[in-house]
Design a binder for this molecule. Structure first.
Ligand SMILES: [Fe+2]
Length: 337
């Protein structure tokens, strides 16, 4: 075990006051606020930091526009941190802070950092759920939510030029594990010390109506259940914020419930819950691109294609063949399984 997950997201924003108001309403706990820096803490020990996009302390990155400019990954021990830094220093500059944080660029130009992470365990108290023949909650009402209060950061998504090249870097240099491959679209990976379904998703910036250039897409914040998610969404819309194009639904890949909101800090922000958990026994799958995007509840719901995975996915028992190191190695429509 080495990397546990996202320790901090460092945003570069145009309007820091508007971005602060957004994350306040979103339900993050603010611990510092000034004209040029705002800091939020989450229960698991992770952080969201807002800075002005022109702040010279923000790293140079391949990304265009506002949004997350640097992703800080949390490492379990100082020994593992130093081992990762030593291996990175072989072929790139690694800049160190006084506290040991190590900043560097990935092979595809994303700004990452590594920092020792005292990740805290999370506690939730889900209500028993009744269903036909299953009386799990008797003489007791459900807990009712007023607002959402996300407890952790589960994943981040970027649109990149070559997701396969980025995948190889994350796998070989930082120990990330393949979760899923969505044909011709992108790749889902988790940290080696995490059972989150994925901690990063990288997709082709030329596919699926994407940007056409490298950008931050969204960050996912976990809540307890669909009730907390909907309470958060209701509060946000009452405060004048808007849903992203996908709104609320459930992802076919990872099974996760989602709610996307447009963010003044750049990209979108996602409430998420009830995602699949996976470990080293999980066999990654290859998914048909369009099937992998299907979900229920969104606009419009598509139940026809969303129920049966078998015709649209295959197990990648041997992973992605080692010779495929770039999306240029993937002929049009190629299947790996
Ligand atoms: Fe997401």
């Amino acid at each position: 075990m080495a990397i546990l997950g996202i320790e901090s997201l460092i945003y570069g924003v145009n309007d820091i006051a508007e971005s602060e108001r957004f994350f306040d309403d979103f339900g993050l706990f603010k611990v510092q606020s000034s004209r040029d820096r705002v800091l939020f803490d989450l229960d698991e020990g992770s952080h969201v930091e807002l800075k002005i996009i022109s702040d010279p302390s923000l790293p140079k990155t391949v990304l265009a526009g506002t949004g997350v400019r640097e992703t800080v990954w949390g490492v379990d021990t100082i020994e593992n941190l130093e081992a990762l830094v030593s291996s990175l220093e072989v072929d790139r500059e690694v800049r160190r802070d006084k506290d040991g944080t190590a900043h560097f660029l990935t092979d595809c130009g994303l700004a990452f950092a590594l920092r020792v992470y005292k990740k805290r365990g999370l506690i939730s108290c889900p209500d028993p759920t009744n269903s036909p023949g299953n009386e799990a909650r008797v003489n007791k009402s459900r807990k009712w939510w007023i607002r959402a209060k996300p407890k952790g950061i589960e994943h981040i998504v970027f649109a990149v030029e070559d997701y396969m090249k980025s995948y190889r870097f994350l796998e070989e240099r930082l120990g990330f594990k393949l979760s899923e491959y969505q044909v011709e679209f992108g790749i889902y990976l988790r940290c080696d010390g995490s059972t989150d379904h994925h901690n990063i998703m990288l997709h082709d910036f030329n596919k699926g109506g994407a940007s056409g250039y490298p950008v931050f897409d969204h960050a996912n914040f976990i809540v307890e259940n669909i009730d907390e998610m909907q309470a958060g969404a209701n509060y946000m819309t009452r405060k004048g914020w808007s849903y992203g194009p996908l709104g609320i639904g459930r992802h076919r890949i990872a099974s996760a419930l989602y709610c996307y909101l447009k963010s003044p800090a750049g990209g979108e922000v996602e409430y998420g819950c009830d995602s699949d958990r996976i470990d080293d026994h999980y066999v990654p799958r290859e998914w048909d691109m369009l099937f992998g995007l299907q979900s229920w509840m969104s606009f419009p719901p598509d139940f026809v294609r969303s129920h049966d995975a078998e015709p649209y996915s295959k197990q990648l028992a041997n992973g992605i063949p080692a010779h495929i190191r770039s999306t240029a190695d993937l002929p049009e429509g190629v299947k790996l399984a």
